[in-house]
Design a protein around this ligand. Structure first.
Ligand SMILES: Cc1ncc(COP(=O)(O)O)c(C=O)c1O
Length: 370
């Protein structure tokens, strides 16, 4: 029986050159700012490096296949978020952001958009399922939220916001398109900080925006060209190279996260654990319904700031850093950034690609030392 390969298998070669004699399996990065352009301007060819170039085209076509929508790449996750907000909102519009999501998205809106007449409303992720969306022009939301991993039903939110004429954008950074398909679930826009798992090697800052609506991607592409928020060819190529291993990395990270979450849940030094893969977690039902993976981020609470800092210092295999999604496990005490609603002893733990027995042993020894 013939069937379409899974996205996981397609991700290995997405955006690669055509499989025909003489073509390389992979293209290298093309370093070019300027292209030959004689006569009248021809919109079908590359013209100038800020408008478009071949290395971008390769990655954008691969991501478009995996996201299920036209894709525009950016030099960071924040520039992808800024592109959505700045190109789609007008004075008088209301934007809805999560109060418990990635804080710089709120900061950008408050600092740079509110003064041009855009209104900001915030909502806790756990309240989204019961929210009506009336009066919201654009909602840019995260599920699971980061760092506390609350979820909401994307299809339900999309249906409600569309009824009121608004747009739903999902920041899909924590799961990637292999873990959740926002566009297939009804969202208008899916965005990602590819700095995290998509690139996955902690050596590139990157982002992208995908949409099923060509009029939206036209505006977003135009904003990139007009504002000059463009990725370099080397970074673009590195992200494309990482796509081929995303599925194996994610499988390993998510499998280990599930094992580690269970171990943490039964350790007497751990007060509570948030991981959507645990059947007891408040996010489990929705995660099971709409996600292909439960993810690789675990948030858990230790008794105090001191206990959390001691735990982090005692781990041998875990890097202390403020990021996630890399091949190396990373963790941090999240409240160190001053987030008011996060308890002082909460650790955000991003599971990497170490062997599960090594990593779990490392974490358990560190907890036992408290
Ligand atoms: C959920 C989420 N969205 C967006 C961003 C911004 O990405 P970048 O740091 O690549 O600008 C981050 C970064 O941590 C993030 O965690």
């Amino acid at each position: 029986m013939t069937r379409k390969p899974s996205l996981a298998s397609l991700s290995i070669n997405a955006g690669a050159p055509e499989a025909k004699n003489g073509n390389a399996f992979r293209r290298g990065p093309e370093f070019a700012s300027t292209f030959h352009l004689s006569g009248d301007v021809d919109s079908q060819v590359y013209q100038y490096g800020r408008f478009g170039q071949p290395t971008w085209t390769s990655l954008e076509s691969g991501l478009a296949e995996l996201e299920g929508g036209d894709t525009v790449i950016f030099p960071s996750g924040m520039s992808a978020a800024s592109a959505i907000l700045t190109s789609l909102l007008n004075p008088g519009d209301t934007v809805l952001l999560p109060s418990d999501g990635y804080a710089p998205v709120r900061y950008y809106t408050e600092q740079y958009l509110v003064r041009f007449g855009i209104k900001l409303k915030t909502i806790a992720t756990q309240d989204i399922d019961s929210f009506d969306f009336e009066g919201i022009t654009l909602a840019l939301l995260e599920t699971p939220s980061n760092p506390m991993l609350d979820t909401f039903d994307i299809h339900k939110a999309a249906t409600k916001i569309h009824k009121h004429g608004g747009l739903l954008a999902i920041d899909n950074t924590t799961l990637t398109f292999l873990g959740q398909q926002p566009l297939a679930l009804g969202a208008d826009i899916s965005m990602s900080a590819d700095t995290k798992a998509v690139n996955g090697h902690s050596d590139v800052v990157f982002g992208h925006v995908s949409t099923i609506d060509k009029s939206i991607s036209d505006k977003i592409r135009d904003w990139r060209k007009a504002s000059g928020n463009i990725p370099g060819p080397m970074e673009t190529w590195l992200v494309h190279r990482s796509l081929s291993t995303l599925d194996v990395r994610l499988q390993r990270m998510c499998d280990t996260a599930m094992l580690l979450a269970h171990e943490l849940n039964s350790h007497d030094k751990v007060i509570s654990v948030r991981f959507p893969g645990l059947a007891s977690d408040p996010s489990h039902a929705i995660a099971k319904q709409q996600q292909q993976l439960f993810g690789f981020i675990i948030s858990f609470e230790l008794e105090s700031k001191e206990a959390a800092d001691k735990f982090l210092a005692a781990c041998q295999l875990v890097y202390v850093a403020t990021s996630f999604g890399g091949v190396h496990s990373m963790a941090e005490r999240r409240a160190r950034w001053g987030a008011d609603k996060i308890a002082q002893g909460v650790i955000r733990f991003s599971v990497g690609c170490e062997r599960d027995d090594d990593l779990i042993n490392d974490v358990m020894v560190a907890l036992d030392s408290l």
